[in-house]
Design a protein around this ligand. Structure first.
Ligand code: ATP
Ligand code: MG
Length: 570
């Protein structure tokens, strides 16, 4: 078959470019807001209708454009920001390709009105990449770009758009990111006529962070200030004790430009070392300063990623910056905070663990108080007294040797089986909460919740969207004095967002494991003799598994022969 090599018509080339630059409404919002920032706007207003699928409008009070420039701006590779390849090194504006406006205009109906303040303004309308009309308008200095019917002429792309709620969240995220990067500029986001974000111009970075992330989260942060070699790192990171599995925010900047880099986030997390629970994800806001020639911002079509010349160096500095910020935090804790250190020689029959084993009455809602008979009764195999060592293991004499039980692992197994039994039956009875819990989640987590809401309901969580990033839990699986339903919910949603679950059975087991791990008595908790006995009773009522839900040993036996061999009796 003969092949024809042909130059693509401009309109097609623009649409292809648009695929890289314009993925969804959030990318349009990002490009238009960046243009407004480059035009040195003091106030930027973004309006969305139906997640941006129907209408996106971005207005600014920046420099604006004269008529000729405005017409040119819609041409491919028309940019006022870069003149030669050499300018690309250390470029400080957000735009430099001259691609965004024509790309957007090629897949939507755009109308742009602008004025540079010197005379009458200009209004242009473009549809599917073709300039339709140029008229004069009266308007103040600045620019308004109105984008309607995104992807109207590329139905295949339109199909990939998510729900309005999901597109709105992504656009919200894009505006928040830029608002964080530019505390001096005022931002407003309107979604279907209601205001989602307003931040005034002229804020300090810390103020801006509190306005965008919310005062609750901002109140859990500590400052970072660090310099080493060619890098400077500043910002705010979450105190270890406040980090949670869900709802975390991360924001990285290089030379004031927001970018994404999961590996650098991991380097920052490495700075926490053992200070956080392995499942917890601290919120991070880190600004990296580096010489412009040491970072390339032109490696990603939507400029979301950057490339550092000294990759290893920047990772190390970020980790160190986090570690040193946390180090000063620990030093700042008053000595009085270290109460509860064990005092050798004084045995305390602390009531700390006294309610723990009542957890075994999972989902039943009743709290058991064992009768005197029950207390004295022991299953065959551990009539001997029980000894707790290191507040972690229970020791007793079995028929053929010394038995050692890991208390956390044992309790976890007991709870795990109880939950699975319950769930594979009629489903978990949800218990309504008198005071609903509100939980802040990230966009990915909200998307996961949207996709798996039904599964979570089956498990017993009754969740309602609250608008923005907050959801409300009206009911949870069997609330219990010691069950941290919120932490459990957060962990499950975080897992869902990371796509760790397979099918429903897998999800069920995973839920049971998360539940059991969260509710079980921990290593290091003192147990009374009665509690140890109850725990063993319940453990031996299960199928006596040799290991726990993570595959670690639950029970270890030290055979009598082994003792005899070691003491030379055999
Ligand atoms: N809101 C605005 N105010 C003033 N001028 C603008 C505005 N938006 C666009 N322009 C002008 O139009 C030109 C083209 O914008 P466009 O976003 O397409 O390209 P760019 O910003 O130069 O590069 P990039 O494709 O990387 O965004 C800009 O260089 C700028 O001169
Ligand atoms: Mg631009």
């Amino acid at each position: 078959m003969p092949r024809c090599v042909a130059i693509l018509p401009d309109a097609v080339a623009d649409q292809i470019a648009a695929g890289e630059v314009v993925e969804r409404p959030a990318s349009v919002v990002k490009e238009l807001v960046e243009n407004a920032l480059d035009a040195e706007a003091r106030h930027i207003r973004v309006e969305l209708e139906n997640g941006g699928k129907v209408r996106i409008e971005v207005s600014d009070d920046g420099s604006g454009m004269g008529r000729e420039d405005a017409v040119l701006a819609l041409d491919r590779h028309a940019t006022s920001k870069v003149r030669s390849a050499a300018d690309l090194v250390g470029v400080s504006t957000f735009g430099f390709r001259g691609e965004a406006l024509p790309a957007i205009a090629s897949v939507s109906r755009v109308s742009l009105s602008t004025s540079d303040g010197s005379g009458e303004g200009t209004e242009l309308t473009v549809a599917g990449g073709r300039l339709d009309r140029v008229t004069s308008v009266a308007r103040q200095r600045g620019t308004t770009v109105l984008v309607r019917g995104l992807f109207f002429n590329t139905p295949a792309r339109r199909k990939f758009l998510r729900s309005a709620a999901s597109e709105t969240r992504a656009a919200h995220e894009a505006v928040s990111t830029l608002a964080l990067a530019h505390p001096q500029t005022g931002f407003e986001l309107q979604v279907d006529g209601s205001c989602r974000l307003t931040v005034p111009a002229g804020q300090e970075p810390a103020e801006r962070l509190a306005s965008v992330w919310g005062r609750d989260l901002a109140g859990t942060l500590v400052p970072v200030q660090y310099a080493a070699g060619a890098f400077r790192v500043s910002g705010y990171i979450q105190r270890p004790g406040d980090a949670q599995p869900t709802g975390r925010r991360t924001q990285l900047f290089v030379n004031g430009r927001p970018f994404k880099d999961p590996f650098l986030v991991r380097s920052a997390e490495a700075g926490y070392r053992a200070a956080i629970h392995p499942g917890d994800r601290p919120s991070l806001y880190l600004r990296i300063e580096v010489a412009p020639e040491d970072v390339d911002v032109n490696v990603h079509p939507a400029k979301l990623e950057v490339r550092f010349r000294d990759r290893i160096g920047v990772e190390r500095v970020v980790e160190e910056a986090v570690r040193s910020a946390l180090g000063s935090l620990v030093a700042a804790v008053p000595v009085g905070e270290w109460r509860g250190l064990p005092v050798p020689g004084i045995s305390s029959d602390a009531p700390a663990g006294s309610e723990l084993l009542e957890l075994a009455q999972l989902f039943s809602g009743e709290i058991s108080t064992p009768s005197l008979e029950e207390r004295q009764e022991s299953p065959a195999g551990f009539e001997a007294s029980l000894l707790q060592v290191f507040d972690t293991y229970i020791l007793y004499q079995g028929p053929d040797g010394v038995i050692i039980v890991d208390q956390h692992s044992a309790h976890e197994r007991v709870l795990y089986e109880a939950v699975l039994d319950h769930l594979s039956g009629a489903g978990a009875p949800a218990q309504r909460l008198l005071l609903p819990l509100t939980v802040d989640l990230t966009d990915e987590e909200l998307d996961a919740l949207e996709a798996h809401g039904e599964d979570l309901r089956r498990v017993g969580f009754e969740v309602e969207g609250f608008g923005g990033r907050t959801v409300v839990l009206h009911a949870v699986p069997a609330p219990h004095p010691r069950f941290d339903a919120e932490a459990c919910f957060r962990e499950m949603v975080a897992d869902l967002a990371r796509g760790r679950f397979g099918g429903w059975t897998n999800r069920l087991q995973r839920f049971a494991a998360t539940y059991a791990c969260r509710a079980a008595v921990k290593a290091g908790e003192r147990l009374s003799e009665r509690e140890m006995r109850q725990l063993l009773l319940r453990l031996f009522a299960t199928d006596l598994p040799p290991h726990d839900v993570h595959g670690r040993a639950t029970i270890v036996q030290l055979p009598r022969e082994e003792l005899e061999r070691r003491f030379g009796r055999r």
